[in-house]
Design a protein around this ligand. Sequence first.
Ligand code: GLU
Length: 492
Amino acid sequence: MSEVRLRFPPSPTGYLHIGGARTAIYNWLYAKKHNGKLVLRIEDTDAERSTQESIDGIIDGLTWLGITWDEGPYFQTEFAADHAAAAKKMLDSGHAYKCFCTVEELEAKREAAQAAKLDFKYDKTCRNLSAADVAAKEAAGIPFVIRFKVPEQEGAVVFEDAVYGRIERRYRDIEDFVIVRSNGKPLYLLCNVVDDIRDRISHIVRGQDGLANTPRQILIYQALGAKLPIFAHMPLTLDLQKRKISKRSHGEIVAVQYYREIGFLPWGLINFLVLLGWSSGDDREFFSEAELLEAFSLDGISRSNSIFNYKKDDPKFITDPKALSINGHYLQTIPIEELAGLVKPFLQKANIWNDAYEADRRAWFLQTLGLIRERYYTLVDFTTLGRAYFADDFEIEERAIDKNITKNPQLAEWLPLLADRLAALADYNRETVEQAARALAEELGVKPGILINGARTVTTGCLAGPGMFEVLETLGRERVTDRLRNVAKLFA
Ligand code: GLU
């Protein structure tokens, strides 16, 4: 059996977006599962639109995701000699020809076809020029493009797409397409095939938008006498309005970098993206890498477009809720030491990191993360919803004040009273705190919940959170009593 070799060939014209990342993930999984190789090829032939920044961003994004490749990065521009040699080979073998028609001539023909409501296809004026005619035109310095000679007999390009099944395109519907421009530059369509042949790619897994190129590319494979790879085209990802997800219309929400910044775990994003267009056949939602390698197959790729749940106009909406719930699952279940390493840079960025969290306050730090992560979905949540655990300058949610404080103005006295009781405890821990709070509530003749919710609001800034006595224990006596006494400022 020949080697399984896949490729990820991004065009470096922008950031790595989630559609590109999904393509990379599918190729990576397939290669890994079949002990194959993944080639990273930067398709930088479009000199005007390719940038170094984009190349760096793509490599950075893949590295962050943990997608590894076995060969490359290769750069398409370094293989110009191969592309030219392939064009020459097709000219020499009679699979291609030089076309001297001018842009103006072609334009006039296109307009005439349009006026007659006909589809315009190149009329093959130069297909059968004699060798002498060609030589004369070249000698006269007339510029030419190179066109592929599509077979004229009845018949079709037929192939079996691993996702979409049998696909057929009649020869007569394919124009004699250009493979080299008049400035000598080969077209992308050609470079892509030549590189795939040289890189001995056995499986091409790419977006459904590539399907339009495939019949022409197959003709090039055949003309070059190369073995065809297996093609698998993946469904598109659309938004709720059925628009294709793109950098242009969706902005940063489709950039891998965005997910990194809002605190996704790489595996959380991979697990979400893999399910955009693939399913294991059962309803499983979470996969470890080993489980995914076991379950992944091209058969599981769906033919119907996947939906990225995108609500542009809601400022609270940071991404598809499904992505958040998957990420939350990992964030809430990974080993706490691992979580600590991931949270650290976010706390640092928010200026609330303390080196003691890696020294004498390590145990407290890990315990706190374990306590608060229950309801968090991104690493940023530790610095926003969780800020009160790491800093004293946190905001108190407006709705928590309305619900838990303003309705009971007497809390202005009760909470400082609770602080006094806690300050007086011989031993400060969740049990003693609970006893003190309940005893005080009884003395005052109020429901304990009123004191507890009030305490939650002023000590954590949040309306909801983990069990309150554990919270008060974790925050520590000093912070808790200070914050309880500070309640007065909410009534000022
Ligand atoms: N460079 C192309 C892109 O980024 C890849 C097309 C292919 O996979 O053949 O869309």
